[in-house]
Design a protein around this ligand. Structure first.
Ligand SMILES: Cc1ncc(COP(=O)(O)O)c(C=O)c1O
Length: 400
């Protein structure tokens, strides 16, 4: 039996008629770049996120970049984020001419540790260098809702407000996730989403969006994504072409109607994994904080023998992923930059232990049992060295 990491084809088959009809409508109307299908999706997604505005763009990377630009982030500014995220979070900061600064993550949720954020900002406040050498306080913070679980937003918002920082939620992996009943993307000054095909809400190409309740900010982002023009060929500011395609808007409009059911199916698969895997030693299962509704974009377990287990599963036709193998501050792309790394011990440690198991709404119980059987088989095999992780099992909570 083959267990793919995700299965976009099966999902497409289940909604083929609706999707094909929606694409045909775009073809018939020739509204290919921006236009009514994008506008309809923007309205629908803003409502889904409990926000006043949604601005469709070309990707999650553009969503982050334009949100930062619209908030005035530019050369000389610092923006704080975490190192265990997709590189786009940091690239968006760098592409504004600003500098990414990293604070560490919480060992259970793998999202930004609010205490580390506060520690960093306190250290900056008490900078003992002569005034001329002191840098300005950071301008913004980007917590990442990693794997489909929101970061601990109450303390992050309180700390950010205390120090005058904007908050941009990187919700690229968290469509439909909630924090204390608030939808991801509705908590900070802006929320940024990716609709990359493999996401919980995935386009059939590239797409992204920014959500916000700030009307002025929404207007700025809408200008920036369309060459700064308020009227055709009248350019109020220098912008870019970051429009969403009409076909993606139409596809996303259809798929959004299914998202809540798909997220529920992911939660159910997470619960099944929790029950199947909880008896196996040397694994730490995902932690779902009480006050969050997790949408399991990624189901990541932890083991010290990650690379060997990954190979063993692949040899048995079970395909896993690693999110992410190298923290951003250690990536070659950032090796020459003057990035401060503030005791990023948790990020450095977990990146060699995290293994993302197959997870998608159409995953069958049979496939999940196969995954369990092969992990168990690997663990029982005497040829593998099994360091004891039990001391760290306090981080474990199964999805019961
Ligand atoms: C956390 C995070 N941020 C940003 C992005 C960038 O989104 P996109 O690939 O649509 O540009 C992604 C996509 O993988 C992501 O997972």
């Amino acid at each position: 039996m083959k267990v793919p990491f995700l299965d976009l084809k099966t999902q497409y088959e289940s909604i083929k008629d609706e999707i094909n009809a929606a694409i045909q409508e775009v073809l018939d109307s020739c509204a290919f770049a921006g236009g009514p299908f994008v506008q309809a999706f923007e309205k629908q997604f803003a409502e889904f996120c409990g926000c006043d505005h949604c601005i469709g763009v070309g990707s999650g990377t553009e969503a982050l970049w334009l949100a930062l630009l619209a908030l005035g982030v530019g050369p000389g500014d610092e923006v704080i984020t975490v190192p265990n995220t997709f590189i786009a979070t940091a690239e968006a900061i760098s592409f504004c001419g600003a500098t990414p600064v990293f604070v560490d993550i919480d060992e259970k949720t793998y999202t930004m540790d609010p205490q580390k954020l506060e520690d960093y900002l306190q250290a900056r406040l008490h900078d003992s260098r002569p005034p001329g050498l002191q840098a300005a306080m950071p301008k913004a913070v980007i917590p990442v809702h990693l794997y489909g679980q929101t970061a601990d937003m109450d303390p992050i918002m309180a700390i950010a407000r205390k120090h005058g920082l904007y908050v941009i939620e990187d919700a690229c992996q968290a469509h439909g996730a909630e924090y204390k009943g608030q939808p991801a993307g509705s908590i900070g000054d802006a929320g940024c989403f990716s609709f990359y095909p493999g996401k919980n809400l995935g386009a059939y190409g590239e797409a992204g969006a920014v959500t916000t309740n700030n009307t002025q900010l929404a207007g700025q982002i809408a200008l920036l994504r369309d060459h700064g023009q308020s009227e055709k060929y009248y350019h109020d500011k220098i912008g870019w072409n970051a429009r969403m395609d009409g076909i993606q808007g139409a596809v996303l409009g259809v798929k959004l109607n299914h998202l809540s059911a798909w997220n529920q199916a992911r939660r159910q698969r997470a619960e099944v994994y929790g029950n199947l895997l909880s008896g196996i030693n040397n694994l730490i299962l995902p932690y779902n904080a009480d006050d969050t509704a997790h949408v399991y974009h990624v189901y990541a377990i932890r083991t010290r023998n990650r690379d060997a287990l990954l190979r063993y599963l692949a040899d048995n036709n079970i395909y896993c992923g690693i999110h992410y193998p190298v923290p951003i501050h250690l990536q070659a792309a950032y090796s020459n930059s003057n990035i401060q790394n503030n005791g990023l011990d948790v990020s450095k440690r977990v990146c060699s232990e995290l293994l993302s198991l197959p997870m998608f709404p159409e995953l069958t119980q049979e496939q999940q049992i196969r995954v369990r059987d092969k992990i168990q088989e690997y663990n029982l095999s005497p040829q593998y060295d099994l360091p004891d992780l039990r001391g760290r099992q306090s981080a474990q909570r199964t999805q019961s």
